[in-house]
Write a protein that binds this ligand. Structure first.
Ligand SMILES: Nc1ncnc2c1ncn2[C@@H]1O[C@H](COP(=O)(O)OP(=O)(O)OP(=O)(O)O)[C@@H](O)[C@H]1O
Length: 299
């Protein structure tokens, strides 16, 4: 588990983080979303032990992180600005990591050659931005870390490579219970990857949601009836949003899908459609007024 408890961090006289808490369960992928300057990099650097927080506590596997070599040897942090030793090739970096990370997996490194298709003998600093990012993932996943911290990791990757990298992260999380924290500006980017999403705004945590529960609990429904519309179709269910489009009613409702369908059938609808909701829509409806404000910030 990765845990930040009530973290605050100031730079000179400005607050980068104020009382932020997040919890990333073992074997899960947590998406940290926020606009420019929200505090994502600062939080990741604190979790990676690069910065020290002013207030609060950071624990990985129940141990304090700062200057903890044992935890650092099980953690990989890919920052937004990558750094490689000048003159080093991927193979040189692999040899270097092999010496310092006990969990380096040579077999995995060899296997991932096919996924990344980079020349391991080429100097990394002479590669393109996207290729450097691929090299960072190739090396990071060969370390087989228990904890992976990623700061806007998909920036600069082409769409095919983005999907490939996402799949590799999902595979490692499922196969070895790797725990992943991944930051992004874009909620849509993380939709198919994360189990849980937290939104940071101006250094504060605005919302944190478990996606499976969220997705199974909210439904978008289109119904139409012949003749007059029933006054109340869904009884006491929590209708988050309702709109009339001609003779069709659109509802966003919280509740069990089967019950919502049953309620609708009581009134013999001439049309009944359950439509998929995007994560973006769920957040907007779920958070009401704040949702619309947040929409402008992170999508
Ligand atoms: N080393 C630093 N010195 C002074 N201020 C800093 C430093 N690092 C970050 N900050 C400030 O802390 C705040 C949060 O920055 P941070 O880089 O954590 O945001 P972010 O969410 O990662 O942004 P972005 O999406 O643009 O990368 C900003 O106001 C930034 O100016």
């Amino acid at each position: 588990m990765i845990e930040a408890k009530n973290i605050s961090k100031n730079f000179a006289d400005s607050a980068a983080l104020t009382d932020v808490s997040i919890k990333v369960k073992k074997g899960s992928i947590y998406g940290l979303v926020g606009s420019n300057g929200a505090g994502k990099t600062t939080l990741l650097k604190i979790l990676a032990g690069v910065y020290r927080q002013d207030l609060g506590e950071v624990l990985i596997d129940n141990q304090k992180v700062f200057e903890n070599i044992a935890i650092k040897s099980r953690t990989v942090f890919i920052p937004d600005s990558l750094y490689f030793f000048s003159q080093y090739t991927v193979q040189d970096m692999a040899k270097f990591y092999q010496r310092i990370y006990a969990n380096w997996n040579e077999e995995r490194y060899q296997k991932l050659k096919d996924a990344f298709r980079l020349d391991e003998h080429k100097k990394i600093q002479q590669m393109s931005k996207g290729m450097q990012r691929q090299a960072a993932f190739w090396l990071a996943l060969s370390i087989t870390p228990d904890f992976l911290l990623l700061d806007e990791p998909l920036d600069g990757l082409d769409p095919v490579m983005r999907q490939k990298v996402k799949n590799l992260i999902i595979q490692d999380t499922a196969a070895r219970e790797m725990t992943v924290l991944i930051s992004s500006h874009n909620l849509r980017e993380l939709e198919d990857l994360c189990d849980c999403v937290g939104i940071l705004h101006q250094g504060r945590s605005v919302v944190e949601k478990d996606l499976d529960a969220l997705k199974s609990d909210i439904h978008k429904i289109q119904v139409a009836f012949q003749g007059d519309l029933p006054a109340s179709i869904f009884g006491n269910k929590h209708v988050l949003y309702q709109e009339k489009r001609g003779s069709v009613l659109l509802f966003i409702i919280r509740g069990k899908k089967e019950e919502i369908i049953k309620d609708s059938y009581q009134y013999q609808p001439v049309l009944l459609d359950i439509l998929p909701l995007t994560l973006e829509e769920i957040f907007i409806y779920e958070m009401g007024g704040i949702g619309y404000e947040i929409k402008n910030i992170i999508f």
